[in-house]
Design a binder for this molecule. Structure first.
Ligand SMILES: CC(=O)N[C@H]1[C@@H](OP(=O)(O)O)O[C@H](CO)[C@@H](O)[C@@H]1O
Ligand SMILES: [Mg+2]
Length: 542
């Protein structure tokens, strides 16, 4: 490895002095103007990780649901997973190193991780539709090549498509073909197969309205549509031809504002969904006859999916261990419904999909979703092999159920939460069960809830335990929250420092919107007072 060449090349990707960025929950993310050196350095790091794991590593250039002027980058590990935590630290160190220290920091990582410099490296790169993404992805490639790495640039991809490509390449084709064609065919074949089973229930002309957040999802759905048209028509809105990326639209906007995106023509009863800017999140919604908006978030998606998979297993007569993984943000009603009515065990992890993904791998079938709509289902290798065998061996109703489950296994993107794949899964389940969007929504009633943000001088003063549901520091904060929660029926509240924004997040839920709002406000005041609030005191959200 020619570290001198790295130094020379790095001069073309100079780091603004003093700029310190951290590899957070979703990689590096900030205004695109500050990211060129980060991209170059992540190209370098990807090469080291690839050499160490002797596998293909992915680099995705995107800032997901953040504004168009932002950008970001994250690395994808061999099985399509998020980068291992110890390497996140290397990423932060490498990104923060001043120019002259770069070779030293690289050499330290090589030594610490026992990277064999002679080993070959292969990197795949993808990017979203932001104006800054193309140039930034070239900087990644510059970093890859200066360290002698080979690469394939996929160009425009959704984030989950890149995760899929990495997984395929490292599974010697067992998971699928590492091409867009391979992705479209794998998912569409499974979907069309499932919809054939549903057509006997009389619904041959399904359609759904999709808000693409003016992002990559629109391009990729257009590219894929003809593969699955037999089973579903998609009516695209916010397809990027006019509006700005994520501006007043997209899954994050719809979930956090609890209202429809701009630019979508919604009639009462229409089944609608929104992707986020890199198409790894999805939420559904509809409007009733009185014009009231109803959101169907990640929790209800997880409930629909896990209940359906459980029913299929029952029909096949297989007793497999199925679990649902959520975070503290999951609506209390969803947890209660899953545990008490569906008798499905539920686990809570820290925020951030890597934690959920990791936990879900412990089950035969693990379904995970963040309330904001990021999630998927994972099937252990043994289960996948067994179901695919049963699909061929069994006959009658059992055989039909096994073949359906086998198709669902193919339809899920098991590398990462994927809005396109999840949408097809949901559409197939609704069609197979003959459920309308209103009937799906009626499975349980969400507890009213409120999320607020509080600015503090240093959010690291708040530390948490019990999957972020209890604050350990600063002293007195948890006691204050407990006292406030006690005032309301069936209420719950917690606070945690955000991993992607410089704020403390406050969450509260209760039996009425008024109580949830008041509780969230009171907890915000407690944070402001006990955790070093800055600027204006929190205002009531009503
Ligand atoms: C409450 C919330 O929605 N938090 C989001 C947000 O993380 P924070 O650490 O809360 O900023 O961004 C993450 C990355 O996209 C996502 O995984 C997570 O669910
Ligand atoms: Mg996203």
């Amino acid at each position: 490895m020619d570290l001198e060449a790295v130094s020379k090349r790095s001069a073309f990707h100079a780091k603004p002095q003093g700029l310190i960025l951290q590899y957070g929950t979703a990689g590096f993310r900030t205004n695109a103007q500050h990211l060129d050196h980060i991209m170059f350095r992540m190209g370098l790091l990807a090469v080291l990780r690839s050499k160490q794991t002797r596998s293909t590593i992915g680099v995705m250039v995107t800032a997901s649901h953040n504004p168009e002027e932002d950008n970001g980058v994250k690395l994808v590990d061999p099985l399509g997973e998020m980068l291992a935590p110890s390497w996140e630290e290397h990423a932060t160190r490498l990104a923060s190193a001043e120019e002259q220290d770069l070779p030293k920091v690289l050499a330290a990582i090589v030594e610490r991780e026992a990277v064999d410099p002679q080993q070959t490296a292969f990197i795949v790169v993808g990017r979203d539709t932001r104006p800054s993404s193309e140039k930034l992805s070239q900087s990644v490639i510059d970093g890859v090549t200066v360290l002698g790495g080979q690469f394939h640039d996929y160009g425009l991809l959704t984030t989950p498509q890149l995760h899929y490509m990495v997984y395929c390449r490292n599974s010697e084709g067992r998971y699928g073909q590492a091409t867009i064609e391979g992705y479209c065919q794998k998912l569409s074949r499974a979907f069309v197969e499932l919809m054939k089973q549903a057509s006997c229930s009389g619904d041959g002309s399904r359609w759904v309205k999709v808000d693409c957040a003016n992002g990559i999802g629109a391009l990729k759905l257009k590219e894929m549509e003809h593969y699955f048209r037999q089973g579903l028509s998609v009516l695209l809105f916010n397809d990027g031809t006019e509006g700005r990326l994520n501006h007043l639209c997209g899954a994050d906007f719809v979930k956090s504002q609890q209202k429809p995106p701009q630019g979508m023509a919604m009639k009462p009863g229409d089944r609608c969904c929104s992707f986020d800017g890199d198409a790894d999140r999805i939420v559904y919604y509809y409007c009733d006859a009185a014009g009231r908006f109803h959101l169907i978030d990640g929790d209800k998606i997880a409930t629909l999916i896990s209940s359906f998979l459980k029913e299929l297993l029952l029909e096949i007569g297989e007793n497999l261990n199925i679990g649902v993984v959520q975070t503290a943000y999951a609506n209390g009603s969803s947890t209660r419904y899953l545990e008490e009515v569906m008798k499905v065990p539920v686990y809570c992890t820290k925020t951030g999909v890597k934690h959920l993904h990791h936990k879900a791998q412990e089950f035969d079938i693990g379904v995970y979703f963040e309330a904001n709509g990021h999630g998927t289902a994972l099937f252990s290798e043994a289960v996948e092999a067994r179901i695919k065998r049963l699909a061929q061996e069994l006959e009658d109703e059992k055989g039909r159920a096994a073949r359906m489950l086998a198709s669902f296994i193919d339809l899920f993107n098991q590398a990462a939460g994927d809005a396109i794949s999840d949408m097809l899964v949901i559409e197939a389940i609704l069609a197979l069960k003959g459920l309308s969007v209103q009937q799906w929504d009626a499975i349980y009633a969400d507890l009213p809830n409120r999320q607020l943000k509080v600015k503090v001088a240093d959010r690291r003063v708040i530390s948490t335990t019990d999957a972020e549901r209890q604050a350990v520091t600063p002293p007195g904060l948890q006691e204050a929250i407990n006292d406030l929660v006690k005032k309301y029926k069936l209420a719950r509240a917690f606070v945690r420092p955000s991993g992607t924004e410089d704020v403390v997040r406050v969450y509260a839920e209760a039996t009425s919107q008024e109580s949830a709002d008041t509780l969230a406000y009171e907890v915000s005041l407690a944070v402001f007072q006990l955790a070093g609030g800055i600027g204006e005191r929190p205002q009531p959200p009503f």
